[in-house]
Design a protein around this ligand. Structure first.
Ligand code: GRF
Length: 207
């Protein structure tokens, strides 16, 4: 049974997609053991509680400094001994110690086809604003392992989504979530839970 801890910051629609997929069997062999948010008021925490999943928050302003925040975040994860840490709309830069301790055991969902429209400062709605500004016709989402960089780890799954004339950033974000994020994140977790993913020379192989 794959034990997963899910890190959230906001609405939790990606978390909800994981919860629903575990419950209907699209994700097998998996248990969500804890949901952790950096925002005490995140709607994602309500979603977790509604599903009977332990949900806690680690809030930066309740910590004396970044060092204390990082160690509390690390402790909140270590306490439940997850096999996999899932960043589902988590908008905090991970402490290097966490990335090193959970090498190739942290995955993230990013709302573009990496390496396009990613990197420092390019997250959430901003991604879709940049997509529209550049005028690309195809965008999408990517699930990747987290490494020491920003959106730079080995890519696990991607799914393309068309950009339509007249799209607003909000409309495009919603389509990318519905048609890509909420599908490939659960799919990636199921593949990992069933031992079908390996990383060779920083490239992902799926069996
Ligand atoms: C989504 O755009 C997702 O791509 C990004 O965070 C945003 C909010 O996700 N990673 P959620 O509704 O909190 O899952």
């Amino acid at each position: 049974m794959l034990r997963i801890a899910v890190m959230v910051s906001g609405g939790g629609t990606n978390l909800q997609a994981i919860i629903d997929a575990v419950s209907d069997g699209r994700i097998s062999n998996t248990e969500i053991v804890r949901v952790i948010s950096n925002k005490a008021e995140a709607k994602a925490l309500e979603r977790a509680k509604k599903a009977g999943i332990e949900a806690i928050s680690v809030v930066r302003k309740e910590c004396a400094d970044t060092e204390e925040f990082n160690s509390r975040l690390l402790a909140a994860i270590d306490e439940v001994s997850p096999d996999l840490v899932v960043l589902a709309g988590f908008l905090v830069v991970l402490p290097p110690e966490l990335v090193n301790r959970y090498q190739n055991r942290i995955i993230n969902i990013h709302p573009s086809l990496i390496p396009s429209f990613c990197g420092k400062g390019c997250y959430g709605l901003k991604v879709h604003e940049e997509v529209l500004k550049r005028g690309v016709k195809i965008t999408g989402a990517t699930v990747h392992f987290v490494d020491e960089g920003c959106d730079s780890g080995p890519i696990i799954l991607q799914k393309a989504v068309e950009v339509r004339d007249g799209d607003s950033a909000e409309l495009l974000q919603r389509r990318v979530m519905e048609e890509a994020e909420w599908k490939i994140l659960p799919h990636a977790i199921d593949l990992i839970a069933n031992g079908r993913v390996s990383v060779v020379d920083r490239k992902v192989e799926i069996r």
